[in-house]
Ligand binder design. Structure first.
Ligand SMILES: Cc1cc2nc3c(=O)[nH]c(=O)nc-3n(C[C@H](O)[C@H](O)[C@H](O)COP(=O)(O)OP(=O)(O)OC[C@H]3O[C@@H](n4cnc5c(N)ncnc54)[C@H](O)[C@@H]3O)c2cc1C
Length: 222
């Protein structure tokens, strides 16, 4: 599997980094799709609840991370939220430019190819693909709305730029606050990115206002 170099890594919010990786030869993908990251993470066995110990004493860990750049030409970006109790994500957040990581993919059928207006509902690191998809939509001349569940989204600068270009960014304390906007959806494709309970809540709120055709990617339980 390709080893790719870290080009840049920057903090984009609380416990959240954006990692720009050199795109491997022949790799093509759209925002919304994800890659598998595989790495040997150092650390004592007691701290590690999962993974296989390697001959060098590290533990091999894998995790899925969703593409958060509008395209993958030359580089691709992933946005990683690292909880203190996590394993791979905190290790990724400590990488530096020039380090390498192994990726496989792309995976996933949920993707945006630049076709038509979009509404993207996101929580936590789901803001990554939300921003990547919205940027791709604007580039193609389409409207983009991002709804983030929470008060301080990562990628604030890119969200500001989306608004400057005529996009809409809604920060909500409850997804019910997005119900009116969703009720007005016509030809927009509606995406949802976040952990399991968020995706479930988003489906409930959207279906209640007649939006049944959602493109959802669950990041799993936490
Ligand atoms: C299809 C798909 C796409 C994904 N895309 C992304 C993405 O773009 N960005 C991203 O950051 N993650 C994404 N994830 C989640 C990611 O793959 C990992 O699950 C996550 O980074 C935690 O991995 P870890 O090895 O650090 O923690 P683990 O070792 O898996 O978890 C250790 C413990 O910490 C808890 N924990 C871990 N992270 C958190 C957290 N953030 N908040 C609260 N508790 C936590 C776990 O519940 C567990 O108890 C995606 C998952 C899937 C399935």
């Amino acid at each position: 599997m390709p080893q790719v170099s870290v080009e840049t890594i920057e903090s984009v919010g609380e416990r959240t980094v954006a990692i720009e990786l050199r795109t491997p030869e022949g790799f093509d993908a759209d925002p919304g799709q994800f890659v598998l990251v595989r790495a040997t993470v150092d650390g004592s066995e007691e701290q590690r609840s999962s993974g296989n110990r390697s001959e060098t004493g590290g533990v091999e860990e894998t995790g899925y991370y969703t593409i958060s750049s509008p395209d993958v030409e030359e580089t691709l970006e992933i946005t990683v939220e690292a909880a203190a109790e996590g394993t791979l994500a905190p290790w990724l957040a400590e990488r530096s430019p020039g380090d390498t990581v192994e990726i496989e993919g792309p995976f996933g059928d949920v993707r945006y190819t630049g076709d038509g207006p979009v509404v993207v509902l996101a929580e936590g690191p789901g803001i990554g693909p939300a921003v990547g998809i919205a940027e791709r939509a604007q580039r193609a001349g389409h409207d983009a709305t991002v709804v983030f569940w929470g008060e301080s989204p990562p990628h604030q600068e890119r969200l500001d730029a989306l608004e400057d270009e005529g996009g809409t960014v809604l920060l909500v304390g409850s997804l019910d606050e997005a119900a009116d906007m969703l009720a007005g959806v016509e030809d927009e494709t509606v995406y949802v990115f976040g952990f399991e309970s968020f995706v479930r809540d988003a489906k409930t709120v959207a279906e209640a206002v007649g939006v049944d055709d959602l493109q959802t990617e669950s990041f799993g339980a936490r």
